[in-house]
Write a protein that binds this ligand. Structure first.
Ligand code: FMN
Length: 192
């Protein structure tokens, strides 16, 4: 399937260690001709960490996609009424955002984008990255696995010895997962 002209939203949340992979995939998507709009959660758009400065990530996203990132709830809200996207990806998706989405909370630009997009009955893809996937957040992941129009990038344990509850998506499968979700299908196997 060609991604040329597909309108793809990438909502970044605060799993900063995953950003290198995010930018690799952003580049691949734009190289394939997708029109990519990034959205930053408040944490993603403001926290400087050992992985880099928020301001630099915002700038890099704009350079790769040639679109100004959405950084506020009012900027993300039109995704619903103006039907701005064909698919939205929460990438990376923190435990915090998983828990809020599963419980209908909409208090960041990334969650506003998800709510606005889902109201249009279009696919939402989730690329998880969280230390509590097999702990406190397992129930929320379970709720989302069973929710209409929600799909997952396949995921697995990344460090069972040192972080027994941690799970992370296989981000190199983002594009095939996205293509499947655009056809209303979950890419399989989902756990690997
Ligand atoms: C350096 C750093 C790395 C983090 N990595 C992760 C992570 O990989 N996964 C996660 O779920 N939370 C991680 N967090 C915590 C989130 O950033 C925090 O829960 C934040 O409230 C998430 O908000 P958001 O989901 O709205 O982006 C990290 C925080 C910091 C400061």
């Amino acid at each position: 399937m060609s991604l040329k002209g597909k309108r793809v939203g990438i909502a970044l949340t605060g799993s900063f260690c995953t950003y290198e992979k995010v930018f690799q995939e952003l580049k691949k998507l734009t190289d394939e001709g997708a029109l990519v709009q990034t959205i930053f959660s408040d944490a993603a758009g403001t926290i400087d960490s050992r992985f880099g400065k928020a301001e630099d990530f915002i700038k890099k996203a704009e350079e790769i996609t040639r679109q100004k990132p959405m950084l506020t709830i009012p900027e993300a809200e039109p995704i619903g009424p103006d039907s701005l996207l064909d698919i939205l990806v929460l990438f990376p998706c923190t435990g915090n955002t998983i828990a809020k989405l599963a419980n209908g909370i909409t208090d960041t630009p990334a969650l506003m984008a998800a709510k606005a997009h889902l109201r249009n009955n279009k696919p939402l893809l989730i690329s998880i990255s969280t230390n509590d996937a097999l702990g406190m957040n397992m129930k929320n992941i379970g709720l989302l696995l069973n929710a209409k129009n929600i799909y997952f990038v396949p995921f697995g344990q990344d460090n069972p010895e040192k972080k027994p509850n941690s799970m992370i998506a296989h981000t190199e499968l983002l594009i095939p997962s996205l293509e499947a979700a655009l056809h209303g299908r979950q890419y399989q196997p989902i756990i690997c």
